[in-house]
Design a protein around this ligand. Structure first.
Ligand code: NAG
Ligand code: NAG
Ligand code: NAG
Ligand code: NAG
Ligand code: NAG
Length: 477
């Protein structure tokens, strides 16, 4: 009897627990997440402006922050109500909201008072009839909340960067990448004191880089590459002491490199290629010990390559100094850069011998020296030449030759003639101009592939690790 009681009470207890949980689940199904009607209407209207009138939000997504979530929309609770905090428009996922051709920014966008992150990807497309501009007004209404504003790959997005972006005081990330944006960079961007990431790359921006960024103490990424910016670099860029990456490549910038760069102790990447900088290498470059990639190619910089203490740049992995009018001999100190993977010195006026010490760089996987006036013998071992293969370029150095008999024929450097007599030298030089066009490709290949056999802390290592992990995972299942 006692036992039956015990069993029964236990059964009742279990049923009680079950009924509790059923009640909970049931309630969740019935109740919508509370959302203010105004907020919900603003969301529907905003999205409808981007994806077209046929999209009926209240029909399709009656509870957008609850059980009928909209792809690309995220929400958060504030004082017991749901608000929209993130809005990503454009084909990121299969079921993402995709944009209509004649899309419009509706004023309701600016009523989303808790919006933290707003992004448009591949949305405004280049159809002559349907070009859109970023609205100039109302951004101040999002100033309290907006932290990230991104426009990527919107070819049909034209017009200027609105001055009023400067009112978005909480912005940490401003990205306008690969759009059709024109005009000058507004000075008001310098007011965005919390910016960590400023990317205005691959647009049609013109004019000078405004001298307003010196106060951005938290900036990590400064990328204005691939525009039509002119004038010199503002000296105040040297105050961006936290910055990790500066990329102003592919513009029309000119003038000297600023001495103030010496303050950028955390800088890992500096890319100034394809501009019109002059005035030679300056010593501030050697004061940036964190530099891993220094790319200055295709600038009429001029001057002697030996002015820098290259050995100071201990972390350098990519050094690209092609086509800069550099003179002098290749400094021995470069062979102290033990992490160097890529060394590009093509198309300069470098002279003197090619030091076999370069061979001692353990990570070196690409060495381009073509188009200089190097003289004497290429005294690299066949192992080294074998490792580099076509990534060793030394053609168009009329007085450079390789020792006969020392290197086997399949390791003979392309376009470099054997050290025989003068007649031979002249003859074999005439057929060495074929491969100059390869340079770019090769550089991009190297720069992106890395070949990081020794740099175990780089991006590629992480990537390789992921691949390995994935393989492991596949084996396990
Ligand atoms: C959306 O659908 C609802 C219900 O079918 C309808 O009342 C409303 O007018 C529609 N809204 C739009 C903008 O088409
Ligand atoms: C530079 O990096 C170090 C290490 O990551 C960090 O502690 C330091 O705060 C950074 N310096 C600046 C000015 O941000
Ligand atoms: C570089 O070398 C070329 C050809 O040897 C010569 O015409 C040119 O004047 C040199 N430039 C400098 C800056 O020395
Ligand atoms: C290359 O080796 C030869 C013979 O050993 C030597 O005479 C020459 O100085 C070396 N060249 C360089 C650049 O080290
Ligand atoms: C090198 O790259 C630049 C920009 O990426 C391009 O404009 C140029 O045509 C390229 N040169 C060669 C020889 O491929």
């Amino acid at each position: 009897m006692k036992r039956t009681m015990a069993i029964m009470s236990r059964a009742m207890f279990v049923m009680f627990i079950l009924s509790l949980s059923v009640r909970c689940f049931g309630q969740e199904d019935l109740d919508m997440a509370p959302m203010e009607k105004a907020e919900q209407e603003a969301l529907y209207s905003t999205i409808q402006g981007f994806v077209g009138d046929s999209w009926n939000g209240s029909d399709l997504y009656p509870d957008p922050c609850g059980w009928t979530p909209i792809q690309g929309v995220s929400c958060d609770l504030f004082n017991g109500f749901w608000y929209v905090t993130g809005l990503n428009i454009g084909p990121v996922h299969d079921n993402s909201l995709s944009c209509t051709q004649d899309l419009q920014f509706r004023p309701e966008l600016f009523k989303l008072q808790h919006l933290k992150s707003l992004s448009f990807f591949s949305c405004f497309q280049s159809q002559n009839r349907f070009l859109a501009t970023i609205p100039t007004g109302n951004w101040e209404k999002l100033a309290g909340s907006l932290e990230s504003l991104e426009f990527r790959s919107n070819q049909g997005l034209i017009g200027k960067i609105p001055l009023s972006f400067g009112l978005l005081k909480n912005l940490q990330s401003l990205v306008l990448l690969e759009n059709g944006v024109t005009g000058e960079i507004p000075s008001s961007i310098g007011n965005l004191m919390k910016l960590k990431k400023l990317v205005l790359a691959a647009n049609y921006l013109t004019g000078r880089i405004p001298d307003v960024f010196g106060g951005l103490n938290e900036l990590l990424i400064f990328d204005l590459s691939s525009n039509s910016l002119s004038g010199s670099l503002p000296l105040t860029l040297g105050r961006l002491t936290s910055v990790l990456k500066i990329d102003v490549s592919n513009n029309h910038l000119e003038g000297n490199l600023p001495n103030e760069f010496a303050n950028l102790k955390n800088l890992t990447l500096m890319d100034l290629r394809n501009n019109r900088f002059t005035g030679g290498l300056i010593s501030s470059l050697q004061e940036m010990p964190s530099l891993e990639e220094l790319v200055l190619s295709n600038n009429p910089l001029g001057g002697d390559i030996r002015v820098l203490k290259w050995e100071n740049l201990k972390n350098l992995a990519i050094l690209e100094l092609s086509n800069m009018g550099l003179t002098g001999e290749i400094p021995e100190s470069i062979s102290e850069l033990k992490r160097l993977r890529f060394l590009g010195l093509s198309n300069n006026n470098l002279t003197g011998n090619l030091s076999p010490k370069l061979e001692t760089l353990p990570c070196l996987n690409a060495l381009y020296l073509s188009g200089n006036n190097l003289v004497g013998e290429v005294n690299f071992s066949k192992e080294f030449l074998g490792k580099l293969g076509r990534r060793f370029g030394a053609w168009n150095n009329p007085h450079l030759c390789h020792p006969v008999g020392v290197i086997s024929t399949n390791h003979v450097p392309y376009g470099v003639k054997p050290c025989l007599n003068e007649d031979n030298l002249l003859e074999s030089n005439s057929k060495t101009e074929l491969l100059d066009g390869d340079m770019n490709q090769t550089f991009h290949f190297i720069a992106s592939m890395g070949f990081s056999s020794c740099a175990t802390n780089g991006f590629w290592w992480t990537f390789m690790e992921k691949i390995l992990m994935m393989g492991l995972f596949l084996i396990l299942i």
